[in-house]
Design a protein around this ligand. Structure first.
Ligand SMILES: *Cc1c(COP(=O)(O)O)cnc(C)c1O
Length: 447
């Protein structure tokens, strides 16, 4: 038996540049990648990882990078978080798979019960488990259609819901997600999103009225199965809708028997300093979708919601070979415990306060930062040409490249490619959070 020499909790919590980024071993691996992996699978920062934990990612060349990405909001409790490692190790020794639809196991039921408990609302709930975020979105739409007997689905401007055929249709941005990949699923409609920085500062009620007018005039509530929305948009640019927007939409859905689906795949699971972003305005979705942060890096997703809606799909109508795999379920239970035992909701709020404070100070002296927004450990800046609101994607790319070269992992996003987003794991130590912010300040000074 081989022994694991380094565990995540042993990793030195420091930034360290042993070579240029990427180093020679990563460059060689990237050449092999180009020869072996389909070109459509891109890489943002091609350093090849050998270990990660706390606030760092360590590569094959011995570089230790500060992680402001969490593998796109996945390793919220930390990479290889100790409780997750223990739970998965124990499970992998016991059994790796049976298929829950063939011979079930307890951890799946425990995860479903935990999701029913921790998601908003005290009504009777049921959950179903899947593998990826896109799969959760697909299944939520299936369930909403089965329950309502209606077909149409509304998604929003700047929405991102995945890369499968139905979720491409729900996703707003053409390049790189949709272009050339059609035809797309039918009966998907788009409504305007509340985007305070770019919609003239419409208040939430007014923005919701605009969206509802589009829905009523172009689709009609009688034809509408569901409204799908990210309470804080992810890939679309970390857009936080104006207060009142989500409650007004949810209320309209309730009045019209339309299923209100919150896609919390990126914003959920403690990321924003609450378990779910929709809790900020006491919005209770009919169905809530989770993935990414749910299982500390193991592939798992879920649809959770009102029992009468969830139970509308007949036995055999939902499922999949791997959905709710036992390793992923063990990980998810450990994640839920860790969020609680380590007070990670508080930690997310502290991280958010620190980042917002530093970024607002920076924005006050740099007019290219048009907007600073987000909540908890889900924070972004939108970059524009000075004195305008014209998106500056080139500057955004330069700042990201500068940060990468300095050993700070940051991601970009946004319909206009001009948003830098920060998603540190909640295991990020204060000194690395501060050092990451120093690098960002330097990046703006030098670009
Ligand atoms: C990432 C994401 C998805 C898709 O999840 P996958 O696991 O990549 O399929 C869906 N919705 C939102 C909001 C996301 O951020």
């Amino acid at each position: 038996m081989t022994t694991i020499e380094t565990t995540a909790s042993d990793l030195a919590q420091r930034r360290h540049l042993a070579t240029a980024i990427p180093g020679p071993k990563s460059v060689a691996l990237q050449a092999e990648k180009q020869a072996a992996v389909a070109a459509g699978v891109g890489t943002t920062l091609p350093v090849y990882v050998v270990a990660a934990g706390g606030g760092v990612v360590v590569d094959v060349d011995g570089n230790s990078l500060i992680d402001f990405g969490s593998g796109i909001a996945v390793t919220t409790v930390g990479n290889s978080a100790p409780a997750v490692v223990d739970a998965v190790t124990e499970q992998v020794r016991a059994f790796t798979h049976t298929c829950f639809m063939v011979t079930p196991y307890e951890s799946y039921v425990r995860v479903a019960a935990a999701l029913n408990r921790i998601t908003p609302g005290d009504h009777d709930k049921r959950s179903a488990l899947f593998n990826s975020g896109a799969e959760a979105v697909e299944n939520a739409v299936k369930i909403a259609r089965a329950y309502t007997g209606r077909q149409a689905v509304v998604a929003f401007d700047h929405a991102y819901h995945g890369r499968t055929n139905l979720t491409m249709a729900l996703t707003a941005k053409s390049k790189p997600y949709k272009s050339g990949f059609g035809p797309f699923a039918s009966e998907v409609y788009r409504a305007p999103m509340s985007y305070p920085y770019r919609d003239g500062g419409l208040d939430g009620a007014a923005a919701a009225k605009d969206a509802i007018t589009v829905i009523e005039k172009q689709i009609g509530a009688d034809n509408l199965a569901a409204v799908v929305i990210e309470p804080i948009q992810g890939e679309g640019g970390f857009i936080v809708p104006a207060p009142g927007f989500l409650p007004a939409l949810a209320a309209w859905c309730r009045r019209n028997d339309v299923v209100f689906i919150a896609d919390e795949i990126q914003s959920g699971f403690a990321r924003t300093g609450q378990m779910f972003a929709c809790e900020d305005e006491n919005v209770v979705p009919d169905l809530i979708l989770t993935a990414k942060g749910i299982a500390g890096g193991l592939p798992l997703s879920a649809v959770t919601g009102r029992a009468e809606i969830m139970d509308a799909a007949p036995a055999g109508g939902l499922g999949g070979t791997y959905g709710g795999n036992p390793l992923a379920c063990a990980a998810a239970l450990a994640v839920i415990d860790t969020i609680d035992s380590e007070n990670l909701l508080d930690r997310a709020r502290q991280i958010g306060d620190t980042m917002l404070d530093r970024l607002r100070t920076l924005a006050a002296s740099d007019a290219r930062i048009g907007d600073v927004r987000g909540r908890g450990a889900m924070i972004a800046v939108e970059l524009v040409e000075e004195g305008t609101k014209t998106p500056d994607a080139a500057l955004t790319a330069r700042i990201a490249a500068y940060a990468h070269a300095q050993g700070l992992i940051v991601l970009t996003c946004g319909t206009y490619g001009n948003v830098l987003r920060f998603l540190p794991p909640l295991s990020m130590p204060d000194h690395l959070l501060a050092e990451g912010m120093d690098i960002l300040e330097q990046a703006f000074r030098e670009n």
